[in-house]
Design a protein around this ligand. Structure first.
Ligand code: FUB
Length: 342
């Protein structure tokens, strides 16, 4: 067990229980057991000396932002019991860190039940900051419109609490008709370009994108599609030294591939595989950030043993490097993980 309890600021009985359970984890209780019983380990600090970075509970579908010298890591909570082959995801989690090694877990910031129009399923999500507000775009199941949908929640703080910003879904399955599956409107990723225009990318099988209005809670104009080889899901758009990058989950089981462009509107040039299959997980889901002068590739695998796997995933972080021409070097996934960012 690599993560060790350093501090538990919460003095409530819940916090004490959480602390005891973390201690049990250090002494060898499996993460699966711990994740079933920890109630709310809010403001608990853990040290990630290796990959996966969080081992006291299962974490999936990472998204990350840098805000005021800290990284905020958002993840879905994989809660499926051992051997259950299906997603059980009832909440999202948030962690913050000044160096990407020492992480503080905050109180649960958002759950599907916070969207009154949703029936559950905390699938992949993405948070962005605009004008001092934090917008959380999240995949859930719609309770009235068959299929998955994307909602948006808002907060004044990167750690929440977040509230439904619309009272209705931003994107529903009936808004896209390219493929006849109920889960093609998932995995939102929002990108704000240097001119202030925000875009939302999402999809499964087909990669969709649309402009967002300045209020960040309404689409602005038509939904368009981008043709990408073997696009499965999990788009992530970032800009580095003037070039645009669209990385995504490729094939199934999923690798990560990417395309590059000189403009956010494309054309996108496919550049190849960025990351190979991540151990013991049929999905992958990446976030890419720059922090304190380095670039980082954040992803998940099924690496926690004995019960980790495709439905009990864990977030990992490794360094990302660029070639001189701006293309990205293939990620080297490591057990050792990263050194503290200085
Ligand atoms: O976590 C549920 C789904 O699995 C996500 O929405 C996809 O990106 C895949 O990781």
């Amino acid at each position: 067990m690599r993560i060790k309890l350093i501090n538990n600021h919460r003095k409530s009985s819940t916090g004490v229980i959480a602390g005891l359970l973390f201690a049990a984890g250090v002494l060898g209780v499996s993460p699966a057991m711990a994740s079933k019983t920890i109630i709310n380990p809010a403001d608990t600090t853990v040290k990630a000396n290796s990959n996966p970075i969080i081992t006291h509970k299962y974490t999936a579908d990472p998204a990350a932002i840098v805000h005021k010298d800290k990284v905020y890591l958002y993840a879905g909570h994989d809660e499926a019991p051992a051997r259950r082959e299906g997603y059980v995801m009832n909440e999202w989690l948030v962690f913050s860190s000044p160096d990407m090694v020492n992480w503080t877990e905050h109180a649960v910031p958002l759950a599907p039940k916070d969207f009154a129009w949703s029936s559950g399923d905390a699938w992949a999500s993405h948070v962005v900051e605009r004008n001092g507000k934090f917008y959380w775009y999240a995949t859930v199941t719609h309770k009235d419109i068959p299929g998955k949908a994307v909602g948006v929640a808002v907060s004044d703080s990167p750690t929440g609490p977040f509230k439904d910003a619309r009272g209705s879904a931003l994107i529903t399955n009936d808004m896209t008709t390219d493929v006849d599956i109920s889960w093609d409107d998932i995995d939102p990723a929002v990108f704000i370009d240097d001119d202030g225009q925000a875009y939302i990318f999402w999809g499964n099988t087909v990669c969709h994108y649309a402009k967002l209005k300045d209020n960040m809670t309404e689409l602005d104009g038509p939904i368009k599609t981008i043709k990408l080889p073997n696009f499965t899901e999990a788009p992530w758009v970032h800009k580095h030294k003037g070039k645009y990058y669209l990385s995504y989950a490729y094939q199934f089981p999923e690798k990560t591939a990417y395309a590059m462009s000189r403009s956010i509107e494309g054309p996108w040039e496919y550049k190849g595989i960025l990351n190979e299959l991540a151990g013991n997980s049929n999905t992958n889901h990446q976030a890419i950030i720059d922090f304190k002068g380095n670039s980082y590739f954040i992803y998940h695998n099924g690496g926690i043993q004995p019960d980790g796997g495709s439905f009990r995933r864990s977030v990992c972080i490794d360094r990302l490097y660029y070639n001189k021409d701006g293309s990205m070097k293939r990620v080297v996934m490591t057990t050792e993980g990263i050194k503290p960012a200085k």
